[in-house]
Design a protein around this ligand. Structure first.
Ligand code: GTP
Ligand code: MG
Length: 352
């Protein structure tokens, strides 16, 4: 049922390259936004210490993982000195007290504690910047996956550019909101990294496997081994394949859309970035659901678990449509050197 695609002409490839780079250039926040986010964090921290002395706030998620958009939300994790874990804390009570306290902060509004979710949080909006934020407690594994994603983003600029492209694609196709039954942007970044690891030759290594045949070092967090190779400077020595694959971002973008529509076996296999060997759904006993995406550290966590069959088909449908829009011979006016980039990008991402 998939239409055959023509070979990429150099002209077509160059256009896709420009589109991906343009999305990256227009979506990523300027350096000043990063320092602004830090400022908000420090301000909140000192405010919260009025009531919770010894509390620490730490940013994670896309503010720190190399795939943040202008205006992405602030994902904040709070910990308390003297408590290694949250085991001896009443998290629901803390979230409720935190919400009460934040209501007194003049820069914040729409304070909303959510204590029924798997991870209890308090949500807010920061008035001067209009940034949304949420504070969770002892979300330590998320800080590890944030650092690992950041390392993947930093090792090859194609990773970062494609991360923005796939997030933008998911947003425009309305398949990128886990709270509405689809997948989180974190899940799409995992899909991207998996594709780049499986590409031949691979663009990126499996950082959780780079331990030279020695037993994997242990960094236990919440019962899971959160170790990964994190020395960016020594990576080229450690993994000599870095830079071996010379494909352009445009080729890789259409490669990703083709991989998830033509090659990847959703019925049998799990999207899994922690090992290079194929992982089957049977091994995980994740046989009931449609899309299986394993969290790289919390191996019981399937990011596709909340996706219904109907939404699953909708997501696959968006990839099939994307494969055709980006992969078919494009309208000739799009190649014209005076056609404005915003027009081309809107056309390609929004094409009916
Ligand atoms: P944005 O859409 O730019 O906010 O991307 P994000 O990566 O910050 O996504 P989000 O705010 O939804 O999640 C914040 C972080 O929580 C992620 O980056 C992960 O580090 C972590 N995380 C761990 N497990 C999950 C999960 O199942 N769903 C989501 N959404 N995040 C998870
Ligand atoms: Mg976020």
């Amino acid at each position: 049922e998939l239409k055959p695609l023509p070979d990429l002409t150099p002209q077509h490839r160059d256009l896709l390259d420009r589109v991906c780079v343009y999305v990256y250039e227009t979506c990523h926040p300027p350096p000043t936004e990063y320092s602004y986010r830090d400022m908000i964090l420090k301000d909140l921290e000192s405010f919260i210490r009025q009531e919770f002395s010894g509390s620490h706030l730490c940013l994670f998620g896309s503010s720190m993982n190399g795939f943040g958009f202008k205006g992405s939300d602030l994902d904040i994790c709070m910990t308390l000195e003297g408590h290694e874990t949250s085991d001896d804390l009443d998290c629901i009570d803390i979230i409720e007290r935190l919400a009460k306290l934040l209501k007194k902060h003049l820069d914040l509004y729409n304070i909303l504690p959510i204590t029924t979710a798997k991870v209890p949080i308090v949500k807010f909006v920061h008035r001067p910047s209009k940034l949304e934020g949420d504070i969770s407690l002892y979300n330590i594994l998320a800080q590890y996956n944030t650092r690992m994603l950041n390392m993947y983003a930093a090792m090859d600029e194609r990773v970062r550019i494609l991360g923005y492209t796939v997030k933008r694609f998911a947003k425009i196709c309305e398949i990128g909101d886990a709270s509405r039954g689809s997948l989180s942007s974190y899940a799409y970044i995992l899909m991207l990294l998996y594709f780049l690891q499986q590409r031949k030759p691979p663009i990126i290594p499996v950082l959780q496997e780079l331990h030279d045949g020695q037993p994997k070092p242990e960094k236990m967090v919440d019962g899971w081994n959160a170790w990964f190779y994190d020395d960016l400077k020594s990576l080229p020595k450690k993994w000599p394949h870095l830079g071996e694959n010379k494909e352009t971002v445009g080729e890789l973008w259409i490669g990703l859309l083709r991989f998830y529509t033509e090659e990847f076996n959703f019925r049998e296999h799990v999207i899994c970035i922690r090992q290079s060997a194929i992982l089957t759904r049977f091994e995980k006993m994740w046989t009931s659901k449609c899309i299986a995406i394993e969290d790289p550290f919390d191996l019981n966590h399937n990011l596709g678990a909340g996706v219904s069959r109907k939404m699953n088909n909708f997501i696959i449908g968006a990839f099939i449509k994307g494969r055709e829009t980006f992969g078919m011979t494009l309208r000739s006016d799009l190649y014209h050197q005076y056609t404005p980039m915003p027009y081309i990008v809107d056309y390609l991402f929004d094409a009916e």
